[in-house]
Design a protein around this ligand. Structure first.
Ligand code: 5GP
Ligand code: MN
Length: 339
């Protein structure tokens, strides 16, 4: 069992309902897609009707996932599914730290009751009818596994594969702080169910386009160190995407290189993904809580990984806002109690 117990009412709701809409956050990462597919797969295996909604086309980084063809991005179809289901319907939101992260169809989805939330973000802002929020869990994938086990279900191979991808990506391949004994126990069970770590690692980390590498060269060329090397800052501009031919999703993982420098306590990645949208990613090594920094700018996340958005901002204006906040956070240390 991970850090907290699954609320019994969540298990009761899942047992009782026949129709489910399963959703996750915008710009879905491996944990989001993996948890969504695994939860949907388990519900389907329990004989339920499932609408697995992803509000955007799946990233090419994850389109190898089994079952991703079943993801549906048609909001009108989802609306019909909800209407047809009458009162026997449940929405499950996975890996969403706040209601806004659900995206454009939040109102339609949140009008449904019961609305179940399963999440592991430290900065979680409560929403929904029934919540299981466990910031000590390595990933939402780990929590979905606990639910599957609590319901006495056995994950199918596809389900196990999706859970493994979720856990592997959100733990940085079993390296990050919340990777605990239970994480390895669950990963071991998934391997027993047929998942091959070498196969998944190949699909996740040896499956990139040359354009991604070209973009990485450009982005790493922007590296600047400040505060005696304690802060590393990199950025990407829309022009770099266009010049390299890489896609927006290709920047996943770049910030890890900035954090990898030994003197660095906090890495900052400022991203102009579209001309009118700049966002920032923050990564720490445990010494300071970057979820708190992101919260100052309306974002959120985990102790060691967070993000926030600056609509209409420029790389320079965002740098000027974020760096003082990072310097303050490093100066004041931070608690070390949770992930
Ligand atoms: P990333 O830097 O990979 O985009 O995000 C790192 C973490 O911060 C993820 O757990 C993600 O959920 C969270 N995060 C990123 N952007 C935002 C945001 O705009 N709002 C909130 N609440 N969380 C964010
Ligand atoms: Mn997650």
């Amino acid at each position: 069992m991970s850090g907290s117990r699954i609320p019994e009412e969540i298990l009761d709701v899942i047992r009782a309902a026949e129709n489910f809409v399963v959703v996750t956050h915008v710009q879905p990462d491996g944990d989001a897609v993996g948890s969504l597919l695994a939860m949907s797969e388990m519900l389907k295996d329990m004989g339920k009707r499932v609408f697995a909604f992803l509000d955007e086309p799946i990233s090419h980084l994850y389109d190898f996932m089994p079952g991703c063809g079943r993801l549906n991005s048609d909001a009108e179809e989802m609306s019909r599914f909800i209407a047809e289901s009458g009162t026997d319907i449940c929405v499950i939101a996975l890996d969403c730290g706040e209601a806004d992260r659900i995206g454009r169809h939040r109102e339609l989805l949140m009008a449904v009751s019961p609305f179940v939330v399963i999440d592991h973000h430290l900065s979680h802002l409560n929403f929904g009818d029934h919540r299981w929020v466990d910031p000590r869990s390595s990933s939402t994938g780990e929590m979905v596994y606990e639910i599957i086990e609590a319901l006495s279900q056995t994950p199918s191979y596809d389900c196990a594969f999706s859970l493994y991808v979720a856990i592997c990506t959100d733990t940085g391949s079993f390296r990050y702080e919340c990777t605990g004994p239970r994480t390895f126990e669950i990963a071991g069970k998934l391997v027993e169910l047929g998942v091959r770590p070498n196969h998944v690692a190949g699909l996740l980390y040896e499956n990139y386009s040359p354009q991604r590498l070209k973009l990485m060269q450009m982005v790493l060329g922007t590296l600047e160190l400040c505060e005696d090397g304690q802060i590393a800052c990199i950025h990407v501009t829309r022009d770099m995407f266009d010049e390299s031919g890489a896609k927006v999703q290709d920047i996943e993982g770049f910030i890890e290189y900035a954090r990898s420098i030994s003197s660095v306590k906090v890495a900052v990645f400022i991203k102009q993904t579209w001309y009118n949208m700049v966002s920032a990613s923050l990564r720490a090594k445990g010494g300071c809580n970057v979820a708190d920094i992101a919260k100052q700018f309306g974002g959120g996340g985990h102790r060691n990984a967070s993000g926030c958005k600056f609509p209409g901002g420029t790389i320079e204006s965002v740098r000027q806002q974020i760096l003082p906040a990072v310097i303050d956070a490093i100066a004041s240390g931070g608690d070390r109690n949770s992930c």
